[in-house]
Each structure stands twice: as structure tokens, then as C-alpha cells.
Design a protein around this ligand. Structure first.
Ligand SMILES: *[C@@H]1O[C@H](CO)[C@@H](O)[C@H](O)[C@H]1NC(C)=O
Ligand SMILES: *[C@@H]1O[C@H](CO)[C@@H](O)[C@H](O)[C@H]1NC(C)=O
Ligand SMILES: *[C@@H]1O[C@H](CO)[C@@H](O)[C@H](O)[C@H]1NC(C)=O
Ligand SMILES: *[C@@H]1O[C@H](CO)[C@@H](O)[C@H](O)[C@H]1NC(C)=O
Ligand SMILES: *[C@@H]1O[C@H](CO)[C@@H](O)[C@H](O)[C@H]1NC(C)=O
Ligand SMILES: *[C@@H]1O[C@H](CO)[C@@H](O)[C@H](O)[C@H]1NC(C)=O
Ligand SMILES: *[C@@H]1O[C@H](CO)[C@@H](O)[C@H](O)[C@H]1NC(C)=O
Ligand SMILES: *[C@@H]1O[C@H](CO)[C@@H](O)[C@H](O)[C@H]1NC(C)=O
Ligand SMILES: *[C@@H]1O[C@H](CO)[C@@H](O)[C@H](O)[C@H]1NC(C)=O
Length: 814
């Protein structure tokens, strides 16, 4: 080492003394001969004539002045060497502004091909860039950084600027003795989403993953590491990378050497050597397309580099060859896509180096959701991903070919969504969510299971109505697709839940009117924090309602959860709820008999749908007048499914310790024993029919003489053949007596004591819509208020005109 240093010092002193002149500028009056050098101000870089290795040919180039190993970063006349032994070569300005390299016979071997109106100058700056300036305008006419050879140093760019029409790429030296343009190139490919390719001639040897905002996809090098930082711009006009040194005293360079390897190295001054820190292709998995289409390369198992992207859903094209290590044929989907029927979907794969983007398309401003929608529509679109993974992710990248050159990359990979046949999707949907949450505790389990149920259901019906983000977390963003509204958006829509916007107080909390940015009116149910409705009931309601679509069911638009706050967002019903009409003297005149009968039939159809026609059997369990909302045309819509329980298969009844419902509407077996079934809903429906016909509340009503409640009163009048006396005077004139009588009889059939005696909803719908004879109702349950709770609560203690029904949540002591 000492010898080397001494030799170096000797060499430096010799050259300086005997041969060379150092200059800092080339101008009209100052030129460079083969014994001179142009030196940068900080004396880091030097430009001059050199002979590489043992070559006799001479070149003009730039090298590091400071270090002991002659390392060239740029060569001017790489393909036009100065030949022969003769001296007398010169680098000078010729004509105004054209920097030329002349050989001893004054022939031009290389030139900058620039012109200038006056006194141009050439200087080497501290970054190692030879810059030609227009003397008059002080404008850059030319710079060596725009003509890279095989090396990138900090400050240089690589890539393409379409607006300026400049393309920067690296090309290897032919050999260490010959800086001539070799066969290897490193350049950006902008046919699709830009990516860098290492080629040997035209053949691709290695592909760097596309830029994802943080790093090159699949690369373990973050853009900020201890040696250097880099910056990449990818948009419609630019695809450029530039490097910056974090510490200007560190020398760092990136080269494409003559064996076709890209190396990044840093100079270690104490060891006097270049330390290679990254090499590409670095391992077998960096061999372009080694695993073929839909194959994924992993270094985890040296014996088996390639596997199909997903062994369950893909299989090797050439199964025998695959086992022997012939992977080039790649893989195919086990179940082929069938785009024509529009049922394809996507499966997310994580931690992958994104596939070849040669035939891709991108848009940096689109969201992942828009991206998916576009991809779904086009049958040749095979996958989509974010272009930028930072934060929540943004941008859209679509692939229009088989997915090639995928690598499993646990520390530099990212998510990609791959097109799959619909039958493959269902298998997938179940696993993610469940596994995480099972066994935690039942509350959370209910969420995950129901979310999954709902998710699968929506997938199947292709009715994804995506309104917001995710419930569980970023990583599940795509999988969950819950109609979540951000809390702040809802708060804004309701003017911070202002009193002015309050529509009323439901069983579990207040309901507000709101208006979204786009002018859509919504109704927001703000579940009180103290409400007994836990997250399970909440999710139950969200899931149930959004699954069910019927014109007599209120439409749930979404929900919102923040801390302990739970919000349900419904379509807004301008005419609010039925109780505000039928129990109000003035408003009740708005409902003539035709409308009332319509409402009765509508509720019956809605309930029939819940009980029988929907995919899941839903028992409402809290059917009451305030839960029937009215649209502009007074069509009824059933709301408030929060306490409904869904049953799979033929399980139609159950038992609960926790009774949820409203006095006056509850069947005896439910109120007293906690037994619920579709027949307990039928009971509530019967009460509702009697209320609509009479305009009186069952619970508030106490007959002055016989202490009967509304049910008892109607029953008595019916048995006396005076049913028509039940009806509300406000529509008595408009009434159709046979429809009224029919309704009362149906109502009485529904409130019979024994659940078995009560008709089911399909019979109810039939009876209301047809004219045949009806069965005779038996004596109803809950004849009087006293029957309900026993002697300790007198019927008189019930308010008679309260607009707030008390919803009880616990009746049975535990
Ligand atoms: C450069 O130096 C060599 C001696 O090594 C000398 O022969 C030659 O004339 C010099 N050239 C110029 C242009 O000074
Ligand atoms: C100078 O370059 C010209 C053109 O390339 C060539 O013909 C000539 O032989 C060269 N002169 C010497 C001395 O090499
Ligand atoms: C050209 O510029 C150089 C360097 O700035 C200066 O020394 C020289 O005098 C200038 N010549 C003319 C003709 O302006
Ligand atoms: C470059 O490629 C050509 C054509 O394939 C070949 O003849 C030549 O030897 C290659 N050069 C080097 C330096 O590998
Ligand atoms: C591309 O990015 C560059 C650098 O950020 C910017 O100057 C240019 O305007 C962008 N072009 C487009 C079309 O967005
Ligand atoms: C190119 O770089 C690789 C990896 O560092 C090295 O093994 C090889 O010798 C280099 N080739 C040449 C010609 O320098
Ligand atoms: C694709 O779907 C259509 C419509 O459902 C069906 O007719 C056709 O048979 C399906 N093709 C395949 C290959 O599954
Ligand atoms: C990218 O997407 C945005 C938002 O969808 C759209 O406005 C824009 O026109 C798109 N740009 C291109 C080039 O398609
Ligand atoms: C699908 O996308 C490809 C590539 O962008 C395009 O050429 C083709 O026309 C598209 N097909 C349809 C049906 O839009």
C-alpha cells in the first residue's frame, strides 16, 4: 500500500512538473493539448486525454482527479479514437461555439455540434459535468451529462423527457480497453408504464421493477439509504431518475460494465478501492422472464426458483418440464376467465415485484377503485395496481397482457390485483378476514363473519356500491368494500348534528337530516353511545339492510364508525314516519283510505320479502308505526333492522335472553318468554294494521268503559258485528267498507294468542289482495294492558299521546 501511495505521489508530481498544464476554462483564447487537463473548481474531476489500459488509442474523457484508481465517468470520442503514435491532438473551440477534438492533421474526430453568437466557454463543474456556455447569454449550450456513456454520477439523469426530446441511457464499453459503444444498454422503456431495461442488443436481460413512489418495485433499496438518495418522476411527459449524494464527500457511481452488469459503487478512501454495493442482475430471479407468464420467482428455495403465482389457481403449462426446471412456459389459470358473462373479478397478491409493464397503461390521478372499474370492463386487462404506494396509495396501472417477470419480494414488493374467474373469487373472500378475527371474542367475530357474508353476497350479485374506505384497515382496503362514510363527511352533512337537523329520536338514538356535498339528502341515525346496541347489532343492521333491496324497505346507504360513535346513513324520506300521520289529528287527514290500504299492503309485501323472499330469513322484531317511513308518494318503507337476526336455512325461530322490541307491538311469547319467530313479526303487523285503520295507538289506548286496549276494543267490536266503528273518523267517508273489514279481520287474525293460529305473511298478502272468505279469528292476546305486565303497573300510567315509543331492551331479568 505504501508503495502504491509513493508511486502515485511520484506520478502526480512528475506529471505536474514535466508535462501537464492545468486549466479551468476552454475559450476562444484557451485550448487543451494532450498534455493539459481541465480541472473542476473543487479539484474533484479532471478532463483530459487518456489511453485506456494498454490500448494505443487515445480518448478525451473525464475522471476523478482525487482518487488513486483512474476511473472514467465520461468519454467524448468513445467511437472515434485518436489513433497512432503522433501527438498534437487538441480540444478547442472552432467557429463560434463549437467545441471540437482535432487530431494532429487537423481533422475533426469529435465535436459538440453547438454554435454560439459570441465567446463560448467550456468548464468542468464540481459535479463532473462539462458545460458549454454561450458567452453572451450565459446559457447552457451543451453538457456532457446529456450524453452519458456507461456511468451515472450524482446530478445526472437517466430516462426520457418527451417535451425536450431528450433521452438519457447508459451503454457499456466494449471492453475495459475499449470505451467504444458496447452491446449492453440500460434505458427506460416508455411503451407502457415506464420501467428500466437492461438489454444485450435488443434482447432484454434484466428488468427493473416500475417505480412505485417509494422505490423500484421489488427492489430492497429504498430511495433513501445511507449512501445516496434518488428521485424518480413518472408522468405523461417524463420518466426520469436522478441521484443525489447525501454526503458530498462520498464518491458514488453507477455503471453498466462491459459484461452487462449494472453496479453501484462507493469509493472507500481508507481502503483505496471501489466497493460495489448493488449489482443487477443480482441473482437468478433477476433473469428476465425466467418463470414465464404467471410464474413467480423466489430465491427462498434454490432448487425450485419458480412457482406459479398461486399454486391453487394456476398450473404450469408444461407440467413435466416444470419439475425439471424448465419454467419458461409459465403457468395458466386452472379455471379460464370468462369475460363475456361479466363475472370476472380480482384477487389480490401481495409482496410481488410488479410484472413487465411493456403493454400497460397508467394514470397517476385515478384511484384504485376507478382503476378496477376500467380493468373489469376491458377483457384484455389482466391486472391492476396503484402506481404510487405511498400513504393510502394512488394512481392506476393496468396490464393488457399475460403477467411476466414476477418475483416474490417480501421487502420491496407490493399489491397487485389479478383478474380471475368468478368461481375462484368466492374461495378467496372467506379466508382473509375470518382467520384474523376468529377466536378473539365473539363481538369481533360477528363483524368479520357478517362482513364476509355481505362481501360475498355483493360480489355475487355484482352490485358493489362502494361509498367509502375500509373498516378493518389499510391492508384490507380492497377486500372489504363497505359503504363507509367518513365521520367528518357525515358531521358536515348534518351541520355537526345540529338540533335544527334533528328529525326525531328513535329507539337507539336521534335521527338527523343531512345533505351531502352533491345535494343528496340523507337521514343519519346517530346511535347513542349508551345505547345497548353493541357493535354486533350495529353491523347486523348494516349488513342486513344493505343486502335487502325491496321497494318497501328503506335503503341503507352506508355507515360510519368513529371511536364509540356509530352512524347509519339512510336515504332520506321526505314524509318521515307513519306514526306522525296516523296518530296526529291534522296530519291524519292526509291519509285517505286508499292510501292507508296501500300502506298496509306495502308493509305486508315488505315483511313477506324479509320473511320469505330474501336470501336470508329476516325477523324484524321491532315492527311499529314509527319504523314505517313514507316516501314522497306515501309508499311505505320498513326501516330499523338493527335488531333483526338473520337465519340461514330453515331455522325460523329462536330464543333470546335479550328482548328487543316495543310494548304494544310485542307478541306474548316474545314479550314474556323471549321467543321470537316470523309469527311474532306477524303479531306486530296485526297491531300496526289495527292502528292504521283506527288511528289509535294500541299501547296508549285504554277504553273508558272496559279497560280494553286497542286489540281488545277491536275484538269486542268485531264479535259484536260492529267492526266499522273501529275506523278513524278522518277517512271514514273515503273508506271502502269491504277493504276496511278485510283489513280489520286480517289484523285480528295476526294478533291471535297462539303463534300457530296466526297466518304467515304470504297468506296475509294473499288475503289482502283477494276477495274470498277469511278464517274466523280466535280471541287475541294482550286484551288489556294489565295482561302484559301484571298488576303492579297500571294501564293508566301509560302516556296516551307520546310520540316517542319506549323501546325496551331488557325485559327478562338475568
Ligand atoms: C506533450 O508531452 C510530450 C512528452 O511526453 C511531448 O513530446 C509533446 O510535445 C507534448 N505535446 C504538447 C502539445 O505540448
Ligand atoms: C486524423 O483523422 C482523419 C479522419 O479521421 C484521418 O484520416 C487521419 O489519418 C487522422 N490523422 C492522424 C495523424 O491519425
Ligand atoms: C472570451 O471569454 C474569455 C473568458 O471569459 C475572456 O478571457 C476573453 O477575453 C473573451 N473574449 C472575447 C473576444 O470576448
Ligand atoms: C456485440 O454483439 C455482436 C452481435 O451479436 C457480436 O458480434 C459482438 O461480438 C458483441 N460484442 C461484444 C463486445 O460482446
Ligand atoms: C411531469 O413531472 C415534471 C416534474 O415534476 C413536471 O415538471 C411536468 O410538468 C410533469 N408533466 C406532466 C404532464 O404532468
Ligand atoms: C462487471 O461487474 C461484475 C460484477 O461486479 C464483475 O464480476 C465483472 O468482472 C465486471 N466485468 C468487467 C469487464 O469489469
Ligand atoms: C362463459 O359464460 C357464458 C355466459 O354465462 C356461457 O354461455 C359460456 O358457456 C361460458 N364459457 C365458458 C368457457 O365457461
Ligand atoms: C386520468 O384520470 C383522471 C381522473 O379519472 C382524468 O381526469 C384524466 O383525464 C385521466 N388522464 C388521462 C391521460 O387519461
Ligand atoms: C382494451 O384495452 C386495450 C389496450 O388499451 C385496447 O386496445 C382495447 O381497445 C380495449 N378494449 C375495449 C373493449 O375497450
Amino acid at each position: 500500500m505504501e508503495e502504491a501511495t509513493i508511486f502515485f505521489l511520484l506520478l502526480v508530481s512528475l506529471t505536474q512538473k514535466t508535462y501537464s498544464a492545468e486549466i479551468d476554462i476552454i475559450s476562444d483564447s484557451s485550448f487543451l493539448t494532450e498534455n493539459d487537463t481541465l480541472v473542476s473548481p473543487a479539484r474533484t474531476f479532471e478532463l483530459g486525454f487518456f489511453k485506456p489500459g494498454s490500448s494505443e488509442n487515445m480518448y478525451v474523457g473525464i475522471w476523478y482527479k482525487k482518487i488513486s484508481i483512474k476511473t472514467y465517468v465520461w468519454v467524448a470520442n468513445r467511437d472515434y479514437p485518436l489513433t497512432g503514435v503522433s501527438s498534437g491532438h487538441v480540444l478547442r473551440f472552432l467557429n463560434p461555439g463549437n467545441l471540437v477534438l482535432m487530431n494532429s492533421t487537423s481533422n475533426i474526430v469529435w465535436s459538440s455540434k453547438t454554435t454560439s453568437s459570441g465567446n463560448a466557454t467550456a468548464q468542468l463543474d464540481n459535479t463532473g459535468n462539462l458545460v458549454i456556455m454561450d458567452g453572451n447569454h450565459m446559457k447552457i449550450l451543451w453538457q456532457s451529462f446529456d450524453y452519458p456513456t456507461d456511468t451515472i454520477i450524482p446530478g445526472m439523469k437517466c430516462g426520457e423527457d418527451k417535451l425536450r426530446g431528450i433521452e438519457w441511457h447508459l451503454s457499456s464499453w466494449k471492453s475495459s480497453q475499449d470505451p467504444g459503444t458496447g452491446n449492453f444498454t440500460w434505458s427506460v422503456d416508455t411503451r407502457g408504464y415506464p420501467q428500466f431495461l437492461l438489454r444485450d442488443g435488443l434482447e432484454i436481460k434484466y428488468r427493473q421493477g416500475p417505480w412505485n413512489g417509494e422505490r423500484f418495485s421489488g427492489s430492497s433499496w429504498p430511495s433513501n439509504n445511507k449512501y445516496f438518495s434518488y428521485n424518480m418522476v413518472v408522468n405523461e411527459t417524463e420518466a426520469l431518475i436522478s441521484y443525489n449524494l447525501l454526503d458530498s464527500s462520498v464518491l458514488s457511481r453507477s455503471t453498466l460494465n462491459s459484461s452487462g452488469l449494472r453496479e453501484r459503487s462507493v469509493w472507500l478512501e481508507d481502503k483505496k478501492k471501489w466497493q460495489v454495493i448493488v449489482t443487477h442482475p443480482g441473482d437468478n430471479c433477476e433473469t428476465y422472464k425466467i418463470c414465464g407468464a404467471y410464474g413467480s420467482c423466489s430465491n427462498a428455495d434454490a432448487q425450485k426458483l419458480c412457482s406459479c403465482l398461486d399454486e391453487k389457481k394456476f398450473e404450469p403449462v408444461n407440467k413435466e418440464g416444470w419439475e425439471k426446471g424448465d419454467w419458461a412456459g409459465g403457468c395458466v389459470r386452472r379455471i379460464p376467465l370468462n369475460c363475456t358473462d361479466g363475472t370476472d373479478g380480482f384477487i389480490k397478491y401481495s409482496n410481488v415485484k410488479l410484472p413487465d409493464t411493456q403493454t400497460s397503461w397508467f394514470n397517476n390521478t385515478m384511484s384504485l377503485r376507478e382503476c378496477k372499474a376500467i380493468c373489469l370492463k376491458n377483457c384484455s386487462c389482466m391486472a391492476y395496481a396503484n402506481t404510487d404506494i405511498r400513504g393510502k396509495g394512488s394512481g392506476c396501472l393496468l396490464w393488457f397482457n399475460e403477467l411476466l417477470d414476477i418475483k416474490a419480494s417480501s421487502n420491496g414488493g407490493q399489491d397487485i390485483f389479478v383478474r380471475m374467474a368468478s368461481s375462484e373469487l368466492e374461495k378467496e373472500g372467506g379466508t382473509n378476514i375470518k382467520i384474523v378475527l376468529i377466536g378473539v371474542f365473539s363481538g369481533i367475530f360477528v363483524i368479520s363473519l357478517s362482513t364476509w357474508l355481505w362481501y360475498s353476497w355483493r360480489k355475487k350479485h355484482h352490485s358493489l356500491q362502494i361509498k367509502g374506505g375500509s373498516l378493518i384497515g389499510e391492508s384490507e382496503r380492497e377486500a372489504m368494500e363497505l359503504p363507509l362514510f367518513s365521520f367528518s363527511r357525515v358531521a358536515k352533512a348534518t351541520a355537526m348534528f345540529s338540533l335544527d337537523n334533528k328529525l326525531g329520536e328513535g329507539g337507539f338514538g336521534p335521527v338527523y337530516k343531512g345533505m351531502l356535498e352533491d345535494g343528496h339528502e340523507i337521514a343519519v341515525k346517530r346511535l347513542s353511545k349508551t345505547s345497548s346496541q353493541g357493535i354486533d347489532e350495529f353491523m347486523n343492521e348494516v349488513i342486513c339492510i344493505s343486502k335487502l333491496q325491496h321497494r318497501n324497505l328503506v335503503k341503507l346507504l352506508g355507515c360510519s364508525i368513529k371511536g364509540g360513535e356509530k352512524l347509519l346513513i339512510y336515504e332520506y324520506m321526505p314524509n318521515r314516519s307513519l306514526d306522525e300521520f296516523i296518530f296526529d289529528k291534522r296530519q291524519s287527514t292526509c291519509l285517505d283510505w286508499t292510501k292507508r290500504f296501500n300502506i298496509i299492503k306495502g308493509i305486508a309485501r315488505g315483511l313477506l320479502y324479509l320473511h320469505q323472499d330474501s336470501r336470508l330469513r329476516i325477523i324484524h322484531r321491532d315492527l311499529k308505526a314509527s319504523n314505517i317511513l313514507l316516501d314522497l308518494d306515501m309508499n311505505p318503507k320498513i326501516s330499523d333492522f338493527g335488531i333483526a337476526r338473520s337465519f340461514g336455512g330453515n331455522e325460523t325461530q329462536g330464543s333470546t335472553e335479550r328482548v328487543v322490541g316495543t310494548y304494544g307491538y310485542m307478541s306474548p311469547e316474545y314479550a314474556i318468554d323471549g321467543l321470537f319467530s316470523i309469527k311474532s313479526d306477524v303479531f306486530s303487523f296485526g297491531v300496526l294494521v289495527l292502528e292504521i285503520v283506527s288511528g289509535k295507538r294500541n299501547r296508549g289506548f285504554v277504553h273508558s268503559e272496559h279497560k280494553n286496549n286497542l286489540i281488545g276494543h277491536a275484538w269486542r267490536l268485531h264479535s259484536e258485528g260492529k267492526s266499522m266503528e273501529v275506523i278513524d273518523s278522518s277517512f271514514a267517508e273515503s273508506s271502502n267498507p269491504s277493504e276496511v273489514l278485510r283489513s280489520i279481520e286480517v289484523g285480528l287474525l295476526c294478533v291471535q294468542q297462539s303463534p300457530e293460529d296466526r297466518p304467515n305473511m304470504s297468506s296475509v298478502v294473499f288475503m289482502l289482495g283477494n276477495e274470498g272468505a277469511l278464517p274466523k279469528p280466535k280471541q287475541p292476546a294482550f286484551f288489556t294492558e294489565k295482561n302484559l305486565l301484571g298488576a303492579d303497573i297500571s294501564s293508566a300510567s301509560y302516556p296516551t299521546s307520546s310520540s316517542n315509543d319506549l323501546t325496551i331492551t331488557e325485559l327478562v331479568a338475568r
